[in-house]
Design a protein around this ligand. Structure first.
Ligand SMILES: *Cc1c(COP(=O)(O)O)cnc(C)c1O
Length: 364
């Protein structure tokens, strides 16, 4: 007995963890600055951590009240009906729910290239196929309706990542609207706003007020610092209300995830500090790193370093973990997550030394 033929499925390759790298290098994990997974350098909201402690004893029951409360709270925040908020284990879970809710076998989705791997993975799990549209370094990965439409061929879902991972570019709302207008009525435009808090553009949730062909993904993993808990959600059109109950994994977000997310939503200080620091740090990296960078609206910066594999490897020996973007199809780029102010300054100094040592970088 074997699993089905999974040879066309490729595994998700995450950034390397601190413990893993420290063990390899034989050093204390505390010496490492990990800027490879776009995590929150300030950690989780202290209120979320307290909520987890307070509710630890409650985990013997299924999360009914907390799930409903978090859903209601998010619906209020976005001014939509409760049924339009689909809680999930991370935003990744919502990608699966949207696949399940839309794809018949052999239906196709359209995703950005370079882009986030999980869109395609999820579609393939659900017996769908994947086409791509290109975003190009030569124009700063500019995102326009036209760029997407030039590759569009009636796919069932079109994914837009705004801010885009790994480049940090955004698609302005007018372009999202133009894209949704131009695609077929049975094409869903999914705007992935995993990094939405860090951007200065409005959320595409506003478009749902008068249309039924746009959905938005949001997560607690980035600005809220709850990546380890796995909680995110989709905001879907009103017409989709009853699909959730038919496609979700029962009790999609755990008791502690729901409690922590509710508490994090009440911790404005933590989110504001996180967003402010990320905005400062992305400017700092752009101005002080000895390499060309792309404008980013996220908590990370994509940098042209010539040889990503060598630079990431050498930087790691200097105690800085960055994301080699070869797996995104960008072998000359590394993606550097924003750290704390001190962590970012230190990381940029070490990266500049690394670049100089390798004879790479803008001032080489
Ligand atoms: C991090 C990320 C997500 C969501 O991650 P979860 O932890 O599953 O919420 C979604 N899309 C992109 C582009 C991301 O970078």
């Amino acid at each position: 007995m074997e699993p089905r033929d999974l040879s066309t499925h490729s595994p998700y390759v995450p950034g390397r963890g601190v413990e893993e790298v420290a063990r390899d290098l034989g050093i204390d994990p505390a010496e490492l600055i990990k800027l490879s997974s776009n995590e929150n350098p300030h950690g989780a909201s202290p209120k979320a951590v307290a909520a987890i402690r307070d509710h630890a004893a409650g985990i013997s029951v299924y999360p009914k009240a907390s799930h409903a409360d978090l859903t209601a709270r998010l619906a209020e925040r976005w001014d939509v009906d409760d049924e339009q908020v689909w809680l999930s284990p991370g935003a990744d879970g919502s990608i699966d729910y949207l696949s399940r809710a839309t794809l018949e076998p052999d239906d196709r989705i359209l995703v950005p290239e370079p882009g986030f791997a999980y869109y395609g993975m999820s579609a393939r799990y659900h017996h769908g196929e994947v086409n791509t549209y290109g975003l190009s370094p030569t124009d700063g990965f500019e995102q326009t309706a036209e760029a997407v439409l030039s590759a569009y061929a009636g796919e069932r879902i079109v994914y837009v990542t705004s801010p885009h991972n790994p480049s940090g570019s955004v698609m302005p709302l007018a372009e999202v609207r133009a894209l949704a207008d131009a695609t077929a009525p049975d094409t869903l435009v999914v705007v992935d706003e995993a990094y939405g808090e860090f951007a200065r553009t409005d959320s595409a949730v506003t478009l749902l007020a008068d249309r039924d062909d746009v959905a938005v993904l949001r997560t607690f993993s980035k600005a809220y610092g709850l990546a380890g808990l796995r909680v995110g959600y989709a905001v879907v059109p009103e017409a989709w209300a009853d699909a959730y109950a038919r496609v979700n994994t029962p009790f999609a977000a755990s008791e502690l995830a729901c409690r922590a997310a509710l508490a994090a939503l009440d911790d404005d200080d933590h989110v504001e500090t996180s967003v402010e620091t990320a905005r400062w740090a992305r400017e700092y990296i752009a101005s002080d790193l000895d390499a060309e960078t792309y404008d980013s609206a996220g908590n990370f910066v994509l940098a042209e370093v010539g040889d990503a594999d060598r630079v990431a490897e050498a930087a790691q020996r200097e105690g800085v973990i960055v994301r080699d973007c070869t797996s995104f199809g960008l072998p000359s780029c590394v993606r550097i997550s924003t750290g704390t102010r001190a962590g970012t300054r230190e990381a940029v100094a070490r990266l500049n030394e690394t670049l100089a040592d390798l004879g790479l970088g803008a001032h080489a």
